[in-house]
Design a protein around this ligand. Structure first.
Ligand code: SPV
Ligand code: MG
Length: 437
């Protein structure tokens, strides 16, 4: 009688495969039939950056490796659900997880395996090679417009909420690209950038009324694109004239922007957060739907999002107007809906969310909590929001800092007194790594 092969389980992200993985897979293969628990985008993004390759792409690679018998999804960092399902004789994992954030996961694996007499095998970690190191090298090389563009859709699918921060310069882009914080085992970072009409205008000393044209803004965007890889959402105001809209959409898509947000206002534009909205007019539903359809027809890839922004609350119209518009815009092809508000509480947008969630035309929702800034992300998530845009905070941070230092120099007639509040010259020199140094 043929002896049943032992079952061997390995949990892998398998985004970038290197000889360390091959070593582990080979050892596992010598023990029996290898089942890879392939971590889903959701599982990976709970503790580090979303992988370069999608689940499907990673699955194809693994399925075609000679050491691998089967690939199944591992939906969480926690191995236990899959282990209980498969009851493997062995789990194989590099010994590097004995310390660090995976320490607890390891303990759980040992305890679970004990239930059926399974064993944990821990080959020595292959030194001087790690996916993280390789990823850092890739980051240096950059990204392609298509890869960047597709990231927003993948993030929406993988995360509870996609966290976007305003970027008005390459330097702010770099902060968003590189800032990582681990707090209470939570891995925290921004997922992408918001190209804001308000801060793009303020940066150039102009009002937010389209005095700064799209070409100028897109030129500025190129500088951000040059030094970052994260996705970008572009504030397209009202999209301009219907006849001109396709050119803007094409330009954005070509350079690798992931989404354009178009608002349903007409006439000379005024920023939505102005108290006095007299003179601001909302587009008719019919005319705005034409813009959405036009933008949808123009875009080439499924990964590029057209997001409709509803200004009903800004203009003092009620919930019913907002809902009617949301359904109409959704029917016209909007991929997501931004419901805007300048209220200082989230009540208004949450009342919208509660109703829109039940609509058969529901689409992912976007929030811009500039005035209702006390609202936590967890409450946005609870109400079904998928993207949160912090729309102007980088600009608002830099302006008072600069004014204060300028004042201090004037008052003290020297710069010494402001020294503690500003970066040292050394810090600025080292801020941007220079490979030729
Ligand atoms: C922007 O950032 O330019 C926006 C958001 O459009 S708001 O300022 O609230 O209008
Ligand atoms: Mg704007």
């Amino acid at each position: 009688m043929k002896k049943l092969k032992k079952k061997v389980y390995i949990g892998l992200s398998a985004d970038i495969l290197h000889e360390g993985h091959i070593n582990i897979l080979k050892i596992a293969h010598n023990l029996g039939e290898v089942i890879v628990g392939l971590l889903t985008d959701q599982a990976i993004s709970s503790y580090k950056k979303i992988p370069h390759l999608s689940y499907k792409q990673r699955e194809i690679v693994l399925k075609n490796m000679k050491f691998v018998k089967r690939v199944i999804p591992q939906e969480t960092l926690d191995y236990r659900p899959n282990l209980n399902l498969i009851k493997p004789d062995y789990v194989v994992h590099g010994d590097d997880w004995k310390s660090g954030i995976q320490k607890n996961t390891r303990k759980q694996v040992i305890k679970t395996l004990k239930k059926w007499g399974g064993k944990l095998i821990e080959p020595k970690y292959t030194k001087n090679i790690s996916s993280t190191l390789i990823k850092e090298k890739i980051l240096k090389v950059g990204t392609s417009p298509d890869m960047r563009k597709s990231k927003l859709r993948r993030l929406i699918e993988a995360k509870d909420i996609v966290r976007i921060l305003e970027s008005h310069s390459a330097l702010t882009g770099l902060i968003i690209e590189n800032l990582k914080i681990i707090k209470n085992k939570d891995y925290l970072e921004f997922d992408g950038m918001w190209s804001s009409s308000l801060t793009d205008s303020a940066l150039r000393g102009k009002p937010d009324n389209q005095s700064v044209d799209y070409s100028t803004r897109i030129l500025g965007l190129n500088e951000i694109l040059e030094v970052t890889t994260k996705p970008i959402i572009f504030d397209a105001d009202n999209g301009g004239r219907l006849e001109h809209l396709p050119y803007m959409i094409k330009s954005l898509e070509r350079i690798g922007v992931s989404a354009a947000i178009i608002e349903d206002k007409v006439g000379l534009k005024k920023n939505s957060l102005f108290d006095n909205q007299s003179g601001s007019k909302q587009d008719t539903i019919n005319s705005f739907c034409k813009k959405i359809s036009k933008a949808k027809e123009t875009k080439i890839s499924d990964d590029f999002f057209i997001i409709a922004r509803i200004e009903s609350f800004i203009l003092g119209k009620g919930l019913n107007d907002a809902l009617k518009r949301a359904e109409a815009y959704s029917k016209s092809g909007a991929d997501a809906i931004l419901i805007h508000s300048k209220n200082n509480s989230a009540k208004e947008v949450f009342s919208f969310a509660k109703k829109f969630k039940k609509s058969k035309f529901f689409k992912p929702m976007v929030a811009v909590p500039s005035t209702y800034s006390k609202t936590f992300e967890k409450d946005l998530i609870k109400h079904g929001f998928k993207i949160v845009i912090y729309a102007n905070q980088m600009m608002r941070a830099s302006y008072p800092a600069m004014v204060n230092v300028a004042k201090s120099i004037l008052i003290n007639k020297r710069s010494y007194n402001s020294e503690k509040k500003i970066s040292s010259i050394k810090e600025v020199i080292n801020l941007i790594k220079n490979d030729t140094n």
